[in-house]
Design a protein around this ligand. Sequence first.
Ligand code: TTP
Ligand code: MG
Length: 506
Amino acid sequence: MTDDSSSSSNVKTLSFLRVGKRRLEIFQKACLKFGLTVVDHTTQNAFVLIDDELDFVSASKTVKSSTNSTPIFIRTQWLSDSIKQNRLLSYQSYVLQAAPCPILPSATETSERIHFKRERAISSSASDTDDESNSKKRQLDIQPIQPGELPRTTGIWLCSEASSSTPVVGNPNEKIIEKLREMSRLYLITNDKGRSIAYEKAIEALKRCTHPIRTYEEIKALPYVKQSLADKIWEIIRTNNLVKLSAFQSRNDVSTLALFAGVWGAGTETTKQWFAQGFRTLDDLRMRARLTRMQQIGLKYYDDFNTRIPREEVTRIETIVKEAANEVTPDLKIETCGSYRRLKATCGDIDILMTFKDGKRHVHETVLAPLIDKLKQIGFLTHDLINHSEASASTSGSTSEQLTYFGVCRLSDPGSLHRRIDLIFVPANEWACSLLYFTGSATFNRSMRRLARRLSMSLSQHGLYHGVVRKGVEKINTGQPLVTPTEESIFQYLNLPYRPPEDRDH
Ligand code: TTP
Ligand code: MG
C-alpha cells in the first residue's frame, strides 16, 4: 500500500496544523489506512501537515511557540494526492520551503484591484484597508518605538523585494504567467474571487522562479499551487495553450461582463445585473439601462477612459494642476502618485496628492474648492464624478480629513482625450503614509499592510500604528500612532530595506 521510496517511509508519526474539521476526519482515516500515527502538533514531532493556505512563517511560529523546534512542514496536498492514487506518495515535493514564500493577497483584497476606484466612487464607506475601521476604539498606553527597533524583516515578504527582481517581462515563465493572469482577470470579472486569488497566488510563485518550469514535479513544488491549477500549468507547458482559457474567452457572458466592467462607476454587482436584464452591448446600456450620473459619464467616455495615458501627457496635466494650485496658494506640496510615480510609460489615470508644505493643519475649503473652480474656468476639468462636498459628506464620522475629488480632465489640444483625474488632499501628518499608499502598487501595499499586521501594527493611507491588538480581523485596540515624516521612516519601522517607487511595481 505504501510507496517504496525511502522518503515516504520516513514519515511514521505526524500531526496536523490548522486543517479544517471535515478534511481532518478524511485525513485521519487515510493515516490509519497508510499506517501513520497522528499526534497533537504541540508534541515534538518531525512532520507537520499544514493547511495549503498557511505560509512557512505562520506555521513555524505556531509550532515553535509550543515545541521550540521547527519540524518539516508538508502541505496537505500530499495526503490528498496519496488518497487519490491509493498509495502513500513521497512527501518530498510537498515540503513547504522557508523561502521563497510570498505574502499573498486575500480574495477580497485582490478583487479590489480592478474595481477599487469605481466602487470607492459608489460606496461611501469605501476603503481597501481594515485599518481605518474601529478607529474610535480605546487605545493602549504603549511605549514609543524607534524606526529599526523591530526584528529584521526577511525576504519572504513581497514588499521586502524590489519589483525589478521579479519582473514578468523576460521572466523564464512569462508565457505561463500571461495566461494565468488572463484567467485571474476573467474570474474576477465574473465575480469568482476564490478562483481569481488562486491564480494570483500561482502567478506570484512563478514570478519568483528564476528558472523555466519544465516538469510536473517542479510545478507541484511551487507554493500554493493546487492539483487542478498544476494541471493547467502543465497543459500550458505541453501545448502552449489553455483550453479552459479559450473556452472562457469565447463565453458570451464573460465577454459581456468584461465589456461592462470598463464602464467607470459600475462594479461587479451592477455589471451582473445589466447582464441579467438582457443587456449585451454598450448601446443597450445607453438606451435601456438606468444609469447613475457617474455611469453616464463612464459610458460617454468609455473609449477615452479605457485608453492608457502616455507619461508625457500626465506630466503636462500635472503642470497645469501645479500652476493653478500655485495661484490659489503657493503653500502646497503636490506630488503625482500612482503608476506615474512608479515611472510607468503609460497610466490608467492621474492621481495627484496635495498637502500644506509647512505641515500646519489644513483648511481644505480654502484650497480645494477654489482650485477646482479655477481648473474648470480654464476648461481643463470637464466633469465632476465626485466633488469635494460629496466626498466630505462620505467621510463624516471618520477622524480622517483626507478629501478626494474624482473628476474628468482634458488638455486643450484638438483631439485630446478625456482623462480620469483624482485630486487628493491630505493633512500634513498623513502625508508619508498617503504618498506610500497612493504610489502603490496595490499588491505592494497589501504586502506591506500584512507585514504590519504581523508585527502587531496597522498601516493605512492615514497612518502607521503600533501595539495594535486584534481578535481575528477585529481590532480590540487600535494602538498608538507612530510619527512618520517620510516614506523611508515607514520602511524603517517595518524593518524593510527602502524601495524607491519604481521598485514597488509588483
Ligand atoms: P490606481 O490609480 O487605481 O492604480 P495605479 O495608478 O497604480 O495604476 P493605473 O495606471 O492603472 O492608474 O490607484 C492608485 C494607487 O492606489 C495604487 O497604485 C495603489 C492604491 N490602491 C490600492 O492600494 N488598492 C487598490 O485596490 C487600488 C485600486 C489602488
Ligand atoms: Mg492611477
